[in-house]
Ligand binder design. Structure first.
Ligand code: FES
Length: 169
């Protein structure tokens, strides 16, 4: 009888312990998921700005990610600022509304599509995600190849002069 009772007590305690452990694992997982993404420098996930801070026009340079954030038809895109020709840094030119490589003259539209120049493809992209803190994170550890030359999905006017110095290095 007392042997029965102690076995019952033992099994009851094991059940309770199991339930406590399952609860603790669930709480840990939830806590872990709610943590902001780890902030690292270039080569990792780079914490940037709120999505609402990226305007419908122009581009926002994120130096730490060596990238530009643009909004195309409402969608946020992170474009690498490394020219796909020979790797020069490609700035956004406000007057022409284009990305213009100062090295050999490649020009890209705001979606990073190649308009002219020797580059083999459009500007590469990085995945982005919105962290638990509501900010945009650019994953610079991953690169998505830019689109092939001739792929133009958007037409935006070029209101003014080019910024690039042709033939410069
Ligand atoms: S490095 Fe940009 S066009 Fe050559």
């Amino acid at each position: 009888m007392s042997n029965d009772l102690s076995r019952r007590t033992f099994l009851g305690r094991i059940w309770k312990l199991g339930i406590v452990l399952i609860g603790a694992a669930g709480a840990w997982t939830t806590w872990d998921l709610l943590q902001p993404l780890p902030t690292t420098g270039f080569g990792g996930k780079v914490r940037t700005i709120p999505p609402t801070a990226v305007p419908e026009t122009g581009a926002v340079e994120v130096l730490a990610a060596k990238a530009h954030l643009v909004r195309i038809d409402g969608e946020l895109i992170a474009l690498s600022e490394k020219c796909t020709h020979l790797g020069c840094r490609v700035p956004y030119c406000e007057s022409s509304n284009r990305f213009e490589c100062p090295c050999h003259g490649s020009v890209y539209n705001r979606a990073g599509e190649l308009l002219t120049g020797p580059s083999p493809r459009g500007l590469d992209r990085h995945p982005i995600e919105i962290g638990a803190d509501g900010l945009v994170y650019i994953d610079t550890s991953t690169k998505i190849d830019g689109v092939s030359p001739g792929t133009i999905t958007m037409e935006e006017p070029s209101p003014g002069d080019s910024c690039a110095v042709e033939g410069g290095h």
